[in-house]
Write a protein that binds this ligand. Sequence first.
Ligand SMILES: [Zn+2]
Length: 345
Amino acid sequence: MTFRAGQPDMSSLASTLRRLHLNRVIWLMIACIVVGASLADAVTINGHRYVSLPDVATRFGMDHSWLVRGKEAQVGSQWSDLRFTLHKRDITYNGDKIYLGAPVALHNGVLHITEVDYEQTLKPLFFPQQFDPKPKLYHIVLDPGHGGKDGGAQNPSLKLQEKYLAMDLANRVKSRLERYGYKVSLTRTTDKYISLSERPAIANRLNADLFVSLHFNAINNSKVDGIETFVMTPPGHASTNSTSADSRSYAGNKDAPWSLMAGYYIQSAMVEKTRADDRGLKRARFAVLKSLECPGVLVEGGFVSHPTEGRNIGSSAYRDKLADAIVTGILNYQKAINRARGIDS
Ligand SMILES: [Zn+2]
């Protein structure tokens, strides 16, 4: 497939430097100096520190333009297309939906995003080399949701139970990852109940490099469908499905840039492969993510309650597709780590 996201993603600055045949090291050093400096013109709006999109564009060596003056703005380059809408928390990056922690604001006639979103959402995607320590990726822990007395989401008419579907998907992902040489462990291999707190504890005991919790959704509305992926909410921000903030920092916040990257690549690959509705990369302080000591994401692979998506999820061909996509996402995350380390992959 074409690698559309997170491509050397940089901008006119990068292309100019490439034309000048400066080597990669010098180019990275310049990028670090440009992006590493703090944003001087941060302003406080609704209790958060905000930075302007034109300033963000300059830092990234991209262009800022209005799609609808005062309402919708684009920050883009040859490879990247970021779109922001006033008062909205969801933005798009090359068409993929990503939720910021706080809504886009208007100040002095230009759109602003919070400094935290700049640092923890955008910067990981464009300048992963800015974050230390850089993780390795070898031992991956997959966490099939629910089990035993906890059946999870149900669709009785299609005879679907989340605990079995998550287990099946985990096995499909495991065998594929092993073919690529990764070590893979599961938090459960049978239909048994495991508490939410025990799941990240297993990953921590195993010294995992990445934790992927696998789930399917259900809702009492047969029109709702689509795929979503969650990563930990940054301290001080509200989770996507909430408006109340929590200023505490948890273990699961420590690897925020890498979780963001893993979540982004997995969500993007799933949506591309299945053509399911993109519900976005979201934030939540889920118990399975809170106490993790490695990068981690929680995948919701679709709604068993939706008549069409439910039937899809019930078919092994579709679960193969989902497994392929999750693995593609993990491989793209690996490439991002390699790029951050300056290794061409
Ligand atoms: Zn679940």
